[in-house]
Design a protein around this ligand. Structure first.
Ligand code: ATP
Length: 273
């Protein structure tokens, strides 16, 4: 539907306190917040503020979350689009959507543009890897490159893009002045999972037997998104059982359910290449 395809321009209420772990990535994106908040500190010294930052990491590690937190911390508008939305469009629409996205962001500077799944449009040209019209995707990619080159480094627009496939990206996207900065997000360690659990346990009414430390120990390999999922699932299970509080056993049931979902997904989504 057109509503779903509409470019989102939201005031982000996410801040760094919503982002657990990811210490190094946070330090790096804090610099982007500073570019947006105090550009004159850089421009007065003759520095060029980076235009494009690529967030690289496995699914569910918080790429979208940290991009929203940058907008929330800097208190600037957040314009987002998903690369897969671009390529699903009718012929000619992708490029004009890109143009429109940049136009709107430039009207509201300082601002952030976030492009999720940039690999869907930004795959190296000539490697289609799918059934979509290759010309259409290339037109969209070319428009994106044109837009990136079309505004100065100090205009107050910073483009953040996310991918879990940096290896397939067209080299043109990674040239200086485009997405030349990369920030890596990894799956959380046990201690980081504990921190992520604490964030997502905050809104829940918990029984005394729920220990973030134990939950972290029992969820090896889980992403932040999986953890968020478990916490909500546990609350739903408790509600269904008409419990007054969410108990440790609800989390175990939720974990099994999420693991089951992950297994099903990895069976359905067989490796494409
Ligand atoms: P994808 O590649 O699938 O788009 P992503 O890396 O963009 O994933 P997000 O969409 O940012 O991941 O994460 C999904 C949800 O998981 C977030 O909205 C948040 O609730 C939770 N989450 C992920 N990482 C973290 C984290 N480090 N701290 C707190 N919550 C997290």
């Amino acid at each position: 539907s057109t509503a779903k395809l509409a470019t989102k321009d939201t005031k982000s209420s996410v801040t760094f306190k919503d982002v657990a772990g990811l210490k190094e990535a946070k330090i790096e994106v804090m610099e982007v917040v500073d570019f947006l908040k105090n550009p004159e500190m850089y421009t007065e010294l003759g520095a060029k503020i980076p235009k494009g930052v690529l967030l690289v990491g496995p699914p569910g590690t918080g790429k979208t979350l940290i991009a929203k937190a940058v907008a929330g911390e800097a208190r600037v508008p957040f314009f987002s689009m998903s690369g897969s939305e671009f390529v699903e469009m009718f012929v000619g629409v992708g490029a004009s959507r890109v143009r429109d996205l940049f136009k709107r962001a430039k009207e509201k500077t300082p601002s952030i543009i976030f492009i999720d799944e940039i690999d869907a449009v930004g795959r190296s040209r000539g490697k289609s890897g799918g059934f979509q019209s290759n010309d259409e995707r290339e037109n969209t990619l070319n428009q994106l490159l044109t837009e990136l080159d079309g505004f100065g480094p100090n205009t107050g627009v910073i483009v953040l893009a996310a991918t879990n496939r940096p290896d397939v990206l067209d080299k043109a996207l990674l040239r200086p002045g485009r997405f030349d900065r990369h920030i890596y997000l990894e799956l959380p360690t046990k201690d980081e999972r504990e921190e992520i659990f604490k964030v997502h346990l905050r809104p829940l009414k918990l029984a005394g037997d729920v220990k973030p430390h134990d939950l972290a120990k029992l969820s090896p390999g889980f992403s932040g998104a999986d953890i968020a999922n478990i916490c909500n699932e546990a609350a739903l299970i408790a509600a269904r059982k008409k419990e007054k509080k969410v108990h440790s056993h609800d989390f175990m049931d939720a974990r099994d359910r999420v693991v089951g979902g992950m297994e099903r997904k990895s069976k359905i989504i067989a490796p494409k290449e």
